[in-house]
Ligand binder design. Sequence first.
Ligand SMILES: [Zn+2]
Length: 115
Amino acid sequence: MRTCTGSCHCGAIRFEIVSDFPELTTCDCSICRRKNALMVRVHQSQFTFLAGEESLTAYQFHTHTATHYFCKVCGIYPFHRKRVTPEFYGINVFCLDGFDPAGIPVRATVGAGMS
Ligand SMILES: [Zn+2]
């Protein structure tokens, strides 16, 4: 297991995750396509919010179960809560400090067809 810190672009939002990074995922749903994010899934017990809760703003659509967070200062999406498994976060790996995704398998998940 590896501990990684991450932040949005302006640094208002800071968080830490613990993962062994077995795989990364992309998603083809209407919002992920626009974000073009590469994500890692972590359980909420492996996610720690360090700073900036007041700078987070949330966007919900469709079933309003998944919550897509972004920084209201710089607009970066650092993570979201998942719809099917809301106790899990999807983390934008490009927000992690010094993270290199090379060599980690990437799985394309299908969100576009979800009703
Ligand atoms: Zn920010």
